[in-house]
Design a binder for this molecule. Structure first.
Ligand code: GDP
Length: 209
């Protein structure tokens, strides 16, 4: 292999947002398992990295999970900073997790996301529990249309539509020139530089504030 070749064409920071228990961590694990660089969980925000080739581009995806901080229904502005894509997750069997996206999370995203063109994807998770469903597909579609975001339903458990959630989001990012400038390999260090010095920074992939 040629060592001068770039490791990737673009680095994207993607976020998982939504109430505790909707399946964010499971979704992330389901998408990254077998290929993720195992970054041990700790206090604060952590992320997993996955390399994919999409739209003819080599991509490094840094996907951030909230590590439980979403329980307070508020995340720091650092979590949002520089993100090109946000996956807003609810549980199709729990209506409160759906209404909280519009009542709380969408407002916080609009307040803190620094990329105006940041792509959002609404995801209704746990469709394997169809008999317990309380939020209809039409409600999801209507909210996505109103909020101007992509929409999919999935099951992190059975892996139905999991890859599609990330792929559709990333393809839309690749289609948005202003986000490519932000996420180019040339500025790849920017999304990590907020991290304060930590005792074992070399082995930890986690950022806490
Ligand atoms: P988080 O708090 O949003 O990160 O949610 P977790 O990923 O910890 O998931 C909360 C619970 O829901 C766990 O018991 C998961 O096993 C379960 N869960 C996550 N995704 C699914 C899914 O698609 N279907 C079902 N049936 N359970 C799920």
């Amino acid at each position: 292999s040629n060592s001068t070749m770039a490791e990737f064409d673009y680095l994207f920071k993607l976020l998982l947002i939504g109430d505790s228990g909707v399946g964010k961590s499971t979704l992330l694990l389901s998408f990254t398992s077998n290929t993720f660089e195992d970054l041990s969980p700790t206090i604060g925000v952590d992320f997993k990295v996955k390399h994919v080739t999409l739209g003819g581009k080599k991509l490094k995806l840094a996907i951030w999970d909230t590590a439980g901080q979403e329980r307070f229904r508020t995340l720091t502005s650092s979590y949002y900073r520089g993100a090109q894509g946000i996956i807003m997750v609810y549980d199709v069997t729990r209506r409160d997790t759906f209404t909280n996206l519009s009542d709380i999370w969408a407002k916080e995203i609009d307040l803190y996301s620094t990329n105006q063109d940041c792509i959002k994807m609404l995801v209704g998770n746990k469709v394997d529990k169809e008999s317990e469903r309380v939020v209809s597909k039409k409600e999801g579609i209507d909210f996505a249309r109103e909020y101007g975001c992509l929409y999919l339903e999935c099951s992190a458990k059975t892996r139905v539509n999991v890859e599609q959630c990330f792929e559709e989001l990333v393809l839309k990012i690749l289609d948005t020139p202003s986000l490519l400038a932000e996420g180019s390999a040339g500025v790849k260090k920017n999304i990590f530089k907020e991290k304060p010095p930590q005792p074992d920074a070399s082995t930890s992939g986690c950022c806490s504030w």
